[in-house]
Design a binder for this molecule. Sequence first.
Ligand code: CIZ
Length: 301
Amino acid sequence: MQKLVEEIQKLKKERNAVIVAHNYQLPEVQDIADFRGDSLELSRMAAKSHAKVIVFCGVYFMAETASILSPDKTVIMPDTAAGCPLANMITAEDLRELKSRHPKAVSVGYVNTSAEVKAELDYCCTSSNAVKVISSLKDAEEIIFIPDKYLADYASKKTGRRLISWDGYCPTHVKILPEDIIRSIRLHPKAKVIAHPECASEVASLADEVLSTGKTCEFVKKSEAKEFIIATEVGLVYRLHKDNPDKKFYPASELAVCPNMKRTNLEKILWALEEMKNEVRVSDEIRKKAKKSIDAMMSIG
Ligand code: CIZ
C-alpha cells in the first residue's frame, strides 16, 4: 500500500491536484486526502485551493457541486459510477411538475440532488443548515422540500412549517432501525446518541442530537462525553476515532454501509490521476442556474 500512496502523492504534485474525501469514504482514502468533510465543505475548500485538478472521492452529485463552484478547475472522480440513490430519486422534470402544482411555493432542495435539479431550485441546503434555510422563509406561503422525506420531517418539526415533501430517502440510512438504537443504548448506557437527519424519523426521535457529519465532528470534539453511538454511514466512525483518540464510538448498525461511497479506493485514485479521464463537468447553462440556489443558501449564512 505504501508504494501506491507514494505514486499517488507524486502524480498529485505533477498534476497540481488536490484530493478531497467525504466523511463516508474508506479509511485509506480519508488518509490520503488533503481535505475530509461533508460535500459542501469539500467543494468550498477545493475551490479555495490553488490546485488545477480536484480529485473528488465521494458520489456523483458531490463532484458536480465541486464543478459548479470551480468551473475553471478540472474535477475528476476515481469512479464515476459512484452515484447517490437518494439524489437519483428526483429528476428535474419531476421537480418542474411538482412546482407547477404549487406555483406559489418556494422550492428548497437538499444538496443530495443532481446539478439539473439544483438548477430548478430557489434554495439549496445541507443537512447542517436545512432548518436555518426554512426558518428564514418567513414570507413563503408554501415550501417545497426535496428529495429526502426524513430530513423534511425533521426540519418541519424543528421549524413548525408544513413542507411539501418528496418520497425520497437514503437506502443506507434507513437500514438503521429503532431497535439498533435501543440495543446500543442498553450496551452503552453512558453514550450520547447522535443520528443523521437522513435516518428514519423513529430513529431520529431516539437520539440526543440530530446532526450532519460535519456538525457531528464539531459536537464530539467539544462534548464532555466520552462515548458516542453514531447513527449514520459507518465511514464517519473512522474519522471520529482518528480526531478523538481518547473517546469511544459505536456504530448504531454495521449494516449502514453505502456501497457507492465504498467504490473509491487507492488504485482508482491513481488510475484517475494517470488517465485524467473521469471528468465531471456541469454545462455552463446548468451551472449558472444551479449556483444561484447555492448562493441563495450561502446568503442566509
Ligand atoms: O452534505 C453531505 O456531505 C451529506 C450528504 C451528508 C453529511 O451530513 O455530510
